[in-house]
Design a protein around this ligand. Structure first.
Ligand code: BTN
Length: 321
């Protein structure tokens, strides 16, 4: 309900909306309207109230809370249920717990701050308070575990398209899960699954997006390799809720296309967007280094590298230079 109220207030921009108008539009009492307004104020929204005129929104904090996201989101399943927390160890931890409790597909867990944000290969993920978007999506696709990496590639496509639409910046994909802006990392994806031998019970897709950090917000070891949307847009501050809504809408589009039509459309789109393809690369796997031209990906999301001797090598997991 507060999401809808926020939507009304932000749509009416500089005009006042009377308590009666709001109560008619939302089918709630005027007392309920007043209570919701008070709640929004507590969360940092400045709402002017003038007798005989009504309410007017004067200032919106840069939140990615349930109300804020719901006031904009147009999806049917992805993000229909939102769990928003100020601080967590990792949104992945909360999402895994919710999976066990039977959370429905499309549920998202989002936090302003993670104290133990997780990256790939057990690395930490730096998750500064309110500067980025740290969230996990719960999916329950009826697919065998061996094709689960397809979901990582699908996520990369949705994040690339969502970010580009929200910012107009030239976002690129680097296999398997890095999203780059002008060669530096802007987002990361961590896909974890709950699985039986032949069926997936659930997949938790964790997405970390650097939105409004400035150079000094990153620890020294990251400042050469990481960037934020704001840093690449001359310091412009982005509304975090606009960015996540754009990504979730693209997510819904691609996820349901995947369930309907399989991996082929995702694979085509991924190959168009990935800068890795057609280039000379070095893939560092756990055991060795593979050098050659990245030719494409298989239906399982495996990277194919054509080596100098003409043979084709499949790479399942690696860091790419
Ligand atoms: C990587 O590139 O190494 C993956 C980073 C994934 C980070 C996100 S932030 C939200 C979710 N919660 C986590 O602890 N990790 C993922």
């Amino acid at each position: 309900m507060r999401g809808k109220l926020l939507q009304l207030l932000s749509q009416s921009k500089d005009r006042f909306l009377s308590g009666q108008q709001i109560s008619d539009m939302l089918h709630i009492s005027r007392t309920a309207v007043w209570k919701h307004i008070e709640e929004l104020r507590k969360n940092g929204y400045e709402i002017e109230a003038v007798p005989r005129k009504g309410y007017r929104l004067r200032y919106m904090p840069n939140l990615a809370s349930t109300d804020e996201i719901k006031s904009k989101l147009q999806t049917k399943a992805i993000g229909r249920h939102i769990v928003y927390k100020k601080e967590v160890t990792s949104t992945q931890d909360i999402a895994h717990q919710l999976v066990q409790e039977g959370a429905e597909e499309g549920t998202i867990v989002i936090a302003d701050k993670q104290t133990k944000g997780k990256g790939r290969l057990g690395r930490p993920w730096h998750s500064m308070e309110e500067k980025g978007l740290w969230f996990s999506i719960i999916l329950r696709p009826d697919i065998p575990p061996q094709v689960a990496p397809q979901l990582t590639l699908l996520t990369a496509v949705a994040v690339q398209e969502g970010l580009e639409r929200a910012t107009d910046l030239p976002v690129e994909i680097k296999w398997p899960n890095d999203i780059l802006l002008r060669g530096k990392k802007i987002a990361g994806i961590l896909t974890e699954m709950h699985s039986e031998l032949d069926r997936i019970q659930a997949i938790v897709v964790g997405i970390g997006l650097n939105v409004n950090q400035q150079k000094t917000d990153f620890p020294e070891e990251l400042s050469a390799v990481a960037t934020s949307l704001s840093m690449e847009a001359n310091g412009k501050v982005f509304q975090r809720s606009d960015v996540i809504v754009s990504v979730l809408e693209k997510y819904e589009h691609w996820y349901y296309k995947y369930l309907d039509q399989g991996f082929f459309p995702i694979k085509k789109r991924w190959e168009q967007l990935a800068t890795t393809i057609g280039k000379e690369i070095t893939a560092k796997t756990m055991r060795k280094e593979v050098q050659g031209i990245a030719e494409g990906i298989t239906d399982e999301g495996v990277l194919l590298i054509r080596k100098k001797d003409g043979t084709l090598e499949s790479v399942y997991s690696a860091d790419i230079d």
